[in-house]
Structure formats: C-alpha cells, structure tokens
Design a protein around this ligand. Structure first.
Ligand SMILES: [Fe+2]
Ligand SMILES: [Fe+2]
Length: 299
C-alpha cells in the first residue's frame, strides 16, 4: 500500500460532491450564509426559532459527517505513513496505538453521523465535501498532523459539538443532543492526544514545537473567520473553554483562540462597514433625484 496518499486519491462514490473551501463557504444554505442573516453585524447564531434552523443544522452536521470520514482516513494514514520509531521522520508505536484507537472512534462517529443524518432528513451528498481536514492530515511531519488535525480541527469539533448539543436541548431533540454528547466525549480524548503528543515529541526540539503551533494557529485562524467561532452570546459557534481545558489546552492557549476570533470578527465588521460606505458613495454619485444636486442648490 502506498504511503502519503494524496487527497485526490481518497475513495468516494458518486454520492459525494467535492468542492474547495471557498466554494463551500459560499453555500447559501450554511449557518453563516443564510439569507436571514445578511446585513446583520456578524454571522447569525443558530437558534430553534429561526425559520431556517433545520437546514442550517443539517448543513452543519453534514459538514461534521464529512469531517468524521476524513478524520478516520487521516488517523489511519498516520499509522501507516511513517516507520515506527522515535526518530525525526518516524512515529512512535504508542502514537500509532492512539491513532488506531482514534480510527475506531471516528468509525463510530461516521455511523452515528449517518444515522443522525437519517433522523434529521439529510441525504449523503446533499451538501458538499471540503477536504481541508484530510489535507491537514497529509503534513509530512506527524507532529504537525496532530496540531493541525487533533488540536485545531478537532478542537473546533469540540466547540461545534458542544454548541449543537445545546441546540439539540433547546430545540427539544434528544437524538441530536445525545449524538453530540457522545461524540463530544471522544473528541476531548482526541484533542488531548494531540496536546500530549505535541508536548512529548517536541520536548527537546523548540523549533519543531514552534512550527507545529504555528501550523495550528493558521488552521485556527481559518476557522475563526468573521467571528464564526467566539465567546459572545450570539457567536454561531461557542468556544468551549471547559472542554478545551480537559483536552490539554492551557488558559493562555484558549485566550489566544478567543483573541483570534475577536480580531477576525472586527476585521469582518470593518470590511462590512467599508463595503456599506462604498455602496452608499456609489449610490450618492449615481444620477437620480438626489445625485443631480451635488452642490445643494437644487433645481
Ligand atoms: Fe470524530
Ligand atoms: Fe475525532
């Protein structure tokens, strides 16, 4: 079997529709792009009273389902891609055991997600597949795989599962609530694996640790876009501090993610304000009832 399988070579049947991250982000059915949220100060929080709550939740959970498949593929590849050992280009046997255990968990998550999709009325492939998780799992350094996938993306999964568990409870859907709760418990373990292996494998190599944390930050930044994940009451995805602590994040690391989210939200708001100002300026300059009297003299 081949080592380092490229993303294009992943096995999928005709049900799956693969798109890049940008195209997926533009899907009008997602929580952040719903027409109902357009013009609001920031991406809208998903609440049961919204008319689009069902489609927003189905879209989000289909994205999670795709992530579960790729997390399984990524953890499996990490068992296989590296020779077993403690050298720079190797993966320790105990790390591979952890990845094998993760494969078992992710397989169960795929099954849960398929059944949850049936329950929610979603067909496989109804929403697209973006491959960023598997791409992060293709990093040639196993430590960077663990920071990019286990710490950054599965850290995000913790935030999403926690948020959607609350959404399930608020909307009176015990199936959604319990599915999220069970998967959340496993994700805390997976993120903790990432935290433990990062510290263990870079204990005497500060440069490698810095690279790994930088890679994690880049991935975290990508998913804090526009304040999608944050700590405010109306953040669409709530940063789950307590579960991140259990998963081996220290307070400074959690604060850093919160700050990234704030900066990213402010950036999005500034862009939105600039866009609105430009649109207003264009409207003011256009010929019309108000545009013909720029000097205020009227005629
Ligand atoms: Fe999972
Ligand atoms: Fe996981």
């Amino acid at each position: 079997m081949k080592h380092q399988l490229r993303v294009e070579e992943l096995a999928r049947d005709e049900r799956f529709v693969r798109v890049d991250l940008f195209q997926q982000a533009m899907d009008p059915r997602t929580v952040r792009n719903r027409a109902e949220g357009k013009g609001s100060r920031r991406p809208p929080k998903l609440t049961p009273d919204r008319p689009d709550a069902s489609e927003g939740a189905r879209s989000l959970m289909h994205g999670i389902f795709m992530g579960e498949i790729q997390a399984l593929e990524g953890a499996g590849r990490t068992c296989w891609d590296f020779p077993t050992g403690t050298g720079r280009e190797e993966a320790p046997f105990e790390l591979k055991l952890d990845m094998a255990r993760q494969c078992w968990d992710e397989t169960r998550h795929v099954e849960i997600s398929v059944k949850l999709g049936d329950w929610m009325g979603t067909e496989i492939g109804e929403f697209s597949e973006a491959t960023f998780l598997y791409e992060a799992a293709c990093n040639p350094d196993p430590v960077l795989r663990l920071t990019g996938v286990n710490r950054a993306l599965e850290g995000l999964a913790i935030d999403i599962f926690n948020t959607m568990r609350d959404f399930g409870q608020a909307s009176g859907d015990p199936v959604l609530e319990f599915c999220e709760d069970w998967m959340l418990a496993d994700e805390v373990t997976h993120v903790k694996m990432g935290s433990d292996w990062l510290r263990r494998m870079t204990a005497t190599d500060p440069e490698r640790r810095a690279n790994a944390l930088e890679f994690q930050k880049v991935v975290d930044q990508l998913f804090s876009l526009g304040g999608f994940r944050g700590e405010e009451a109306d953040s669409p995805i709530k940063l789950a501090r307590r579960f991140r602590e259990l998963a081996g994040f220290d307070t400074a690391e959690i604060d850093e993610i919160a700050e990234l989210s704030i900066a990213s939200r402010q950036q999005a708001e500034a862009m939105q304000a600039a866009g609105a100002a430009q649109a207003q300026a264009t409207a003011d300059a256009a010929p019309g009832p108000r545009g013909v009297v720029p000097d205020g003299t009227g005629s």
